[in-house]
Design a protein around this ligand. Sequence first.
Ligand code: NA7
Length: 578
Amino acid sequence: MSNSQTPTAFTPSDFSAVQMRETAKSSDRAPPTHFDAVIIGAGFAGMYMLHSLRDKLGMSARVLEAGNGVGGTWYWNRYPGARCDTPSYIYCYTFDRNLLQEWEWSERYPEQDEILRYLEHCADRFDLKPDIDFGKRVNSTVFDETTNRWTVRTEQGDAYTARYVIAATGCLTAGNMPKIKGIDTFKGRSYHTSRWPHSGVDFTAKRVAVIGTGATGVQAVPIIAQQAKQLTVFQRTPAYCVPARNGKVDPEVTKARHANYDQVIDNIRKSFFGFELSFMPKSVLEATQEEREREFDRMWDQGGFEFWLGNYNDMFFDKRANDIVSDYVRGKIRSTVNDPVVAEKLIPSYAYGTKRQPLDTNYYETFNKRNVLLVDAKTDGPIEEITEKGIRAGGKEYEFDIIVYATGFDAMTGALKALDIKGRGGRSLTQLWEDGPAAYLGVTIAGFPNLFMITGPQSPSAFSNVPVSIEQHVEWITECIAHMRRNHLTTIEPTEQAQEDWGKHVIDLVSMTLVPNTDSWYMGANIPGKAHKFLAYIGPEGVGGYRRHCDEVSAKGYEGFEFASQGQGGTARTMAAE
Ligand code: NA7
């Protein structure tokens, strides 16, 4: 792969063109090519989907991938400090016990390049690459009701037809480049963390701005601050960070986990969020102050998501309980940041845990460095415009050589909308989802036959350890397609009623928590104009309960779905059971 094909610095309004440079290859229109299934995306999800359909069901399948390599998220997000916040031993495939035994992770939280090496290894091990077309960005996905086939087209001019389309496009794929006045006028270099140059960026002796303090900004800021002459962090909403406490994995621990992987897998599959964590079976309001402090300190010292997903069981539900947890983290920020004025700017006011928990390594400490400045939208004034020389905020112009946009994603729906999906009667998914997504079980959509989403909206997806949810969806979809093939069924789609009921269930459940009260990407609130609607699923028993529910749906002959079979006499539509 030549550097000319990799993302580079760019004019921000040219963001989509940057994504395109990655894929700019042949533009000749090729004749349609037919497969049983087209899978879009070659990350964790697309790779396992290909392996399942091709090697378990013997189907012809083709993966279309915009990048020039496998890895999805881990192919694109190469910014300084990029690493997974899930412990490595459970951020991997579990479907192949030999693969689990073969691979040894070096750190508690794997770095981007280690995950990418792992996925490369998996692609080679399962011989996936011959069935992946790289450098193909899908821009049209249309269902033909006369043939019951999908036609999938790419920006490169290719056309594929398939009985099934599986969108393995990821939850956090479509980068959010904010529409800030003057954004193209900046004469220095601009980068978005989700499209980082493969050759890296040298910050030495540079004046650098980072816009955004979500999980990405929190990882990047301490690393950039080590190199840059001057780093200015533009914060719109402060984050509650918990220490990652990353480190090398003790070989004895790895050995013990390898000896016990069946139990680990069982634990994560049945768990609430796909981790070996569960809430404490107690209200924080019932605990004595001494007991709380002891538990909070224990989780804080342990590091990682336990403080978020293994805390007292009323933290997500009761504002008074949440206040106690929030105050503990606020206290930690105050005691870490030397300048009390800066510390107050870094302290969030919303309920702890209702935005994605960033894990940090020296994030708050970085604001004690002399070369680091925090510009807070609330107290110093919001960003007004990007100028030729830098950024104007709160009436003051700050000058930079480099601006890094750590401004996140059009989460959950952005990548799906980019496929320009049209179902029965030419119905556009983008239009249908104007008021927010609707998807039965988060896997399928009424009026879009044989279209499946892996970790789609209204499934646990980004509110879980994603590989666990990916494997569950891939296995459920594989079994569903196997069922159709055994029963000579041509199409499957959910009924409008089932979809509506599921959507109501999703909203009813999340409404019991504090999550909808906070503006976050979980709620679609980070993108101007996007509908405010919860985009994931938090069930009464989480990932484990959701898995059981999906299995019950299939065991009841795919309850809520409608099948059609195409015989000689035309199409018969049934609520089929095996
Ligand atoms: P996030 O979590 O969406 O964070 C993006 C950050 O950028 C956040 O602090 C935003 O503030 C800020 N932002 C976004 N637009 C603007 C504008 N226009 N002006 C100023 N600041 C802005 O994305 P990440 O990449 O950090 O993390 C995404 C996920 O990737 C993460 O949760 C993990 O699951 C992996 P806001 O909070 O919206 O006020």
